[in-house]
Design a protein around this ligand. Structure first.
Ligand code: BGC
Length: 718
């Protein structure tokens, strides 16, 4: 630590030290974010080292000035905010954007978010959220990059790079927080904040790789999960935070607790009072207590009782001060804000939002090539409670976004299809927490469907049914929407079902009856315009599923990376094999599924060598031909399977993806390079190892064995 920080630490009182470890929250009022008088006093007294939820140039300048000019030591504050999928320009939710399989896009949207958030004074985002999620009942699956650890790791790298840029101290760098460490996505039965029970192997193979990638990319902070892991809350989990994160992964940034997670240790049943809670968290390695005020109240008592030492407190304070130095705050506490505001503050990047939304929507089915709409479809009925509800399209985290800035499907289609007659009926309420309404709008909706040549049926979830604290035991269409769907489809009018949601909605009957289905997720402010681009054929859909779409609630969790069983079920039938008697075991749509407006065929899978030495890269290539009549983009996934290893390997392990753009009739080649690490697995001590033997290499459009080309290589011993 620089000498002057050491000096600073020596001058600090206990209250000031604990202040650096405490994060307080701003309030949102009618005039925008503000800080309560109590918290202003806390800042002046040096009892706060960081704030969350306070943003906006003027507010941040003013409160930072309090910290710098009116406190005894003048230590600047860090301003944190949940900039998950956009700050003012709200992009598609992470689950959707992950399905673009495009690291450049992930990075670009994060870069844009960083520019907007830093212009609003934010110096820390609580993102990227990196919880591998395989359970659509869990509302936070919306915030996650989906079910696969390798995809999540690639996403982590791109997001950290996009948010932070090259230099954390640069005024437009947005220091990032990898959250929630670890395995929050595995909450029991998908119920929010419930306990987590995963094996050490699954923790390391599935839930931690994205965090390893974020740490390698230099992420500034890590947030432990609100949940416990096998009985020990992550916030108090010394082996997880100190041994795994700090020692094994080499993380040297700051660990920020989740909201009130330190005081939650009481309810978790591992601490008897705030002193014990504070001591447990600090000793586990949590540097900053977000909004729990547990460090403020508990640490002095813990010190008195000998539960912590002042040295331990100093170590955390030292990390926080060093971190503030890396963020450039001692050089310029205002991080460039004191200069005249850039003209562009408040300006939205609609073009990028539209592209991201277009690239994230997934065409699940398109019977009879209903899409793109033919010229003969003159009369278009836009039906459903999500049709005109633009604000809902922002999804669960809208940061400083303005719900009124969103383009609804109805408005987007009206603008994008100017030569058609567009009429709209809601049909029913969205349904959910606020009540389900009644069926009095059905008759109008059905009449409109009958009138039209094509119906665009916009159903799904309100934003509040998704995200944090939004677990659903029945993750299907809420309220009366199922009935509305039945009634509209029953008219026989060709229907495009547009699903807005933060999760795969489990509605097998409706999905089988609607001829075309587009998973639009929560697409962000340009959702309506992007839908129009795709429906009109201005652009072709290219989004893919970053999560398997279950065929039935009883299958949850269903994901492609399952391990083999001792009793595999080759077909649909048979007894004493691993299957359900009453339902298929496979999802309705696999990971990677997503249609475009053309067809592709893969041929000639080749590998550069048949026997691979321990330090060698493997080159893999495959031919791709556009066999349809339109230009389009194909995403090719590469999987491995090691059929005989010291522990059973997942049936498919993702190790690569590539996109290729081809004109009708054109053939191209997609190439992958797999480094030696791609073939590592964890040995019985959970250390990376290379085990010799045969490995299957597969490529194709989705995690569906029937659609994959395959070849074999032999791994030589290390
Ligand atoms: C969430 C975090 C979030 C924090 C601050 C918590 O309830 O779990 O993901 O960063 O609140 O808003």
């Amino acid at each position: 630590m620089a000498k002057d920080l050491q000096k600073l630490l020596r001058r600090m009182t206990l209250v000031e030290k604990i202040g650096q470890l405490s994060m307080l929250s701003g309030d949102f009022t009618a005039t925008g974010p503000t800080l309560s008088p109590d918290f202003r006093d806390a800042v002046r007294a040096g009892r706060a080292g960081s704030l969350l939820n306070l943003w906006g140039r003027e507010a941040v300048l003013e409160v930072q000035r309090l910290a710098v000019e009116e406190t005894r030591l003048g230590i600047p504050l860090v301003f944190g905010f949940d900039v998950l999928h956009g700050h003012r320009t709200i992009f598609p939710i992470p689950l959707a954007e992950a399905g673009s399989f495009d690291p450049m896009l992930w990075e670009l949207t994060a870069r844009r978010s960083a520019a907007e958030a830093t212009a609003d004074g934010i110096s820390l985002t609580f993102a990227p959220m990196l919880d591998v999620a395989r359970d659509p009942r869990w509302g936070r699956i919306a915030e996650s990059p989906g079910e696969d650890p390798w995809l999540a790791a690639a996403y982590a790298t791109a997001k950290v790079r996009g948010f932070q840029g090259d230099d954390l101290a640069s005024p437009d760098s947005l220091p990032a927080t990898a959250k929630h460490f670890g395995a929050y996505g595995a909450v029991l039965a998908g119920r929010e904040y419930a306990s987590v029970e995963v094996s050490e192997r699954t923790l390391h193979e599935v839930h931690l790789p994205a965090f390893v990638a974020a740490v390698q990319a230099g992420v500034a902070a890590v947030m432990p999960a609100l949940t416990d892991l096998g009985g020990v809350p992550a916030t108090a989990h010394a082996p997880l935070l100190r041994r795994e994160l700090r020692r094994n992964q080499g993380f040297d940034g700051v660990i920020v607790s989740d909201h009130s997670a330190v005081s939650d240790l009481l309810a978790h049943g591992v601490a008897g009072d705030l002193a014990e809670a504070a001591a447990l968290a600090l000793r586990a390695g949590v540097d900053i207590d977000m909004m729990g005020r547990a460090y403020e109240r508990g640490l002095p008592l813990a010190l008195e009782r000998g539960l912590v030492t002042e040295r331990e407190i100093d170590a955390a304070v030292r990390r926080v001060l060093r971190w503030k130095q890396r963020l450039g705050l001692f050089e310029d506490p205002y991080r460039g804000l004191s200069a005249a505001p850039a003209q562009s503050v408040g300006h939205l990047d609609r073009a990028l939002a539209r592209e991201a939304a277009r690239r994230s929507m997934v065409l699940l089915k398109n019977d009879g090539d209903l899409l793109p709409l033919s010229a003969s479809a003159r009369r278009v009925a836009v039906i459903g409670p999500l049709a005109a509800a633009g604000g809902e399209l922002l999804g669960p985290w809208w940061a400083a976004g303005d719900r009124a800035s969103a383009v609804s499907y109805r408005d987007g289609l009206a603008e994008g299809l100017p030569d058609r007659e567009i009429r709209h009926a809601a049909g029913c309420a969205i349904g959910g927490d606020g009540g389900n309404g009644d069926a009095s709008g059905f008759a109008e909706a059905v009449a409109l469907a009958r009138w039209s040549d094509v119906a665009v049926l916009c159903l799904g979830e309100a934003a509040e049914l998704s995200g944090e604290a939004a677990s659903r035991a029945d993750p299907g269409l809420p309220g009366l929407q199922r009935d509305l769907a039945e009634a509209v489809i029953a008219t026989g009018t060709p229907t495009l079902l547009v699903l807005t949601s933060g999760r795969p909605l489990i509605e097998p009957a409706i999905l089988s009856r609607a001829p075309a289905v587009m998973a639009a997720w929560f697409p962000g402010i340009e959702g309506g315009a992007a839908l129009a681009d795709l429906v009109s054929g201005q652009a072709a859909p290219s989004g893919r599923l970053a999560v398997s779409w279950p065929a039935d609630r009883g299958q949850i969790p269903v994901f492609f990376g399952q391990r083999p069983t001792g009793r595999p079920a080759p077909g649909d039938g048979g007894r004493y094999v691993s299957r359900y008697l009453d339902r298929p075991s496979t999802p309705l749509y696999p990971f990677g599924h997503g249609m475009g407006y053309t067809r592709f065929a893969l041929d000639t899978l080749t590998v550069t060598v048949d026997t691979l030495g321990p330090d060698q890269d493997l080159g893999v290539s495959v031919g791709v031909t556009n066999t349809g009549r339109r230009a389009g983009q194909e995403t090719v996934l590469l999987f491995l399977h090691d059929p005989v290893a010291s522990s059973a390997r997942p049936l498919l392990e993702l190790r690569g993806f590539q996109r290729i753009e081809l004109q009708p009739g054109e053939r191209g080649t997609v190439r992958f390079t797999l480094p030696p690490a791609a073939f590592e697995l964890l040995d019985h001590r959970l250390r990376p190892a290379r085990e010799p033997g045969r490995v299957e290499i597969m490529v194709g459009p989705a995690a569906d064995r029937d659609r994959l080309l395959s070849t074999w290589i032999e791994l030589q011993p290390a």
